[in-house]
Design a protein. Structure first.
Length: 183
């Protein structure tokens, strides 16, 4: 009974706020207009995946068990959102589980690739992972990698208590792109 007080549910407003911030950030036009992310369903999904993975990576670095529960709740809401979006797009009830399995496999594959790249000493590792997964080989990974680096730093500067209260800040992609354009 008492443990119920400490459990996060998908209806928790702080979880919904965190996930809403992730989706809003992933939809920023600068990613599609300036960073070369394809403005497609897959491109938008890739940006949501990237931001979820970055937040989960930050939560994993926290010493508290509660941050693990927070991460799980965010992942659960992500899966619920993807399921709902598939159904809205007209994917049939029999195809949804198979498509969700592919999304899950893609999530874990990208999570492993981004973790390895961010933990690597090789600066080109992140560029290669972003090029392969988000940019579909179209180039410009350096710009997006610079944003990812800024996002990792911004998340590291935020206290886990803020996340538990539903507050999450990502860097402004327009500001990062503008700083790259200045000589």
């Amino acid at each position: 009974m008492i443990l119920q007080l400490f459990r996060r549910t998908r209806d928790d407003p702080s979880i919904a706020s965190l996930y809403g911030t992730i989706v809003a950030q992933a939809r920023k036009p600068e990613f599609y207009q300036s960073f070369g992310v394809p403005d497609t369903v897959n491109g938008r999904l890739e940006m949501i995946l990237l931001h979820v993975i970055l937040l989960l990576r930050r939560l994993e670095s926290a010493p508290s068990n509660a941050s693990g529960a927070l991460g799980q709740a965010i992942f659960d809401l992500f899966c619920q959102d993807m399921d709902g979006n598939l159904r809205e797009m007209g994917v049939g009830d029999l195809s949804v589980p198979r498509t969700m399995r592919r999304i899950g496999e893609g999530f874990y594959g990208r999570q492993a690739a981004y973790r390895a790249a961010l933990d690597s000493e090789d600066p080109d590792a992140l560029n290669a992972a972003l090029m392969r997964n988000i940019l579909e080989g179209s180039g410009g990974a350096g710009k997006l990698a610079r944003y990812v680096g800024a996002a990792v730093r911004a998340l590291a500067d935020q206290d886990i208590a803020e996340f538990r209260q539903g507050r999450l800040r990502f860097p402004d992609p327009a500001g990062i792109f503008a700083s790259m354009e200045q000589p």
